[in-house]
Design a protein around this ligand. Structure first.
Ligand SMILES: Nc1ncnc2c1ncn2[C@@H]1O[C@H](COP(=O)(O)OP(=O)(O)OP(=O)(O)O)[C@@H](O)[C@H]1O
Length: 316
């Protein structure tokens, strides 16, 4: 279990992490989401003692990372900063780390196999692709078979097989009762991997809840309805808190009523419905709604982008 209390990090006048309090529970995959610069990596670095908190405290299984006698056996971490000798082979790198914790070489061979590095284990790390480097980082994290795994953007640079493998690994570790804390910008992947989400924006916690609650939280019940009597149905459903959108001659999107209520009103008026489909919000939509005011580095899209580009051209 990871426990953060009022955890804060200042870099000069910049407050990167602003008094966050949370726990990451064992037996679950907890996703750590937030816009660029929100404070995810800084929080993770503080968990493993790579950054000192300015205020507050964070512990893993009741102790600060540095207080664990054999940290690699307690916490495995994949963080962005890599400290690998580029001229060393992957196997030599893993063996050197293993030796610091009396981890046998058989475990090194195991994690090499597990992470799909078998074919390149004797090659110099300096020549590794982004994906191979990520796999090596995950191999390091797994080396001590730790109770807690912290993975900062583990699927970054991985091919689809690698992405699926990370998902299965995370789910498997959680099913073994381990604590798994993963940051990612890939919402579709997080939706498949995480049980619980912590969302951070500008250094503060915006949401800390089971994934279903995050997705359903702000969700107005919405259904797609098909009928040959679209006008009549719209009249039957019209009400102050109901939003009706005509999609085509037969299709109406109804927001603000659930399927049962729509069917009941259609039945009252003897209107035949031949499709009634709940529309679920995606994690991406829920995430965008949650973080819309918290984005520090905003990109431009569509009309905004056209305006930005034509503005630049006009200046030339
Ligand atoms: N060593 C540092 N010195 C100064 N500022 C830093 C340092 N590390 C991070 N920051 C700043 O702290 C804030 C949080 O950065 P952090 O890397 O934790 O965000 P993040 O959520 O991991 O972002 P991303 O999704 O882009 O990786 C940012 O504004 C960043 O510029």
């Amino acid at each position: 279990m990871i426990t953060a209390e009022a955890l804060t990090k200042n870099y000069g006048t910049k407050r990167a992490v602003d008094g966050v309090t949370f726990t990451v529970q064992p037996g679950k995959v907890t996703g750590f989401l937030g816009p660029n610069g929100a404070g995810k990596s800084t929080t993770m670095r503080m968990i493993v003692g790579l950054d000192r908190p300015s205020f507050g405290n964070v512990t893993v299984n009741g102790r600060r990372y540095a207080e664990h006698a054999a940290p690699l056996r307690e916490v495995g971490a994949l963080l962005e900063a890599k400290s690998v000798h580029r001229s060393r082979s992957a196997r030599t790198h893993l063996r050197a780390l293993a030796a610091t914790h009396s981890i046998p070489n058989t475990r090194v061979d195991e994690v090499i196999e597990l992470t799909g590095l078998g074919a390149v284990a004797t090659k110099k790390v300096g020549g590794f692709s982004l994906g191979m480097g990520q796999r090596l980082g995950i191999a390091v994290a797994l080396l001590g078979d730790p109770q807690t795994l912290i993975l900062d953007e583990p699927v970054n640079g991985l091919d689809p097989e690698g992405v699926l493998w990370v998902r299965n690994l995370a789910r498997h570790q959680a099913s073994q009762g381990k604590t798994v804390f993963i940051s990612s910008h890939l919402m579709s992947e997080m939706a498949l991997t995480a049980d619980h989400l912590i969302v951070i924006g500008r250094g503060r916690i915006i949401a800390d809840a089971p994934i279903d609650a995050v997705i359903g939280g702000s969700n107005v019940p919405t259904c797609m309805v098909k009928t040959d009597s679209a006008e009549d149905l719209m009249n039957a459903l019209a009400a102050e808190n109901v939003q009706l959108t005509r999609m085509d001659a037969q299709t109406i999107q109804v927001a603000g009523l659930d399927g049962r209520a729509i069917a009941a009103r259609a039945l009252d008026r003897q209107i035949l419905l031949y499709e009634l489909t709940p529309v679920k919000q995606s994690l991406e939509e829920a995430y965008m709604a949650l973080t819309q005011d918290e984005v520090e580095y905003r990109s431009h899209a569509g009309a905004d982008m056209d305006a930005a580009i034509s503005g630049k051209q006009a200046q030339r």
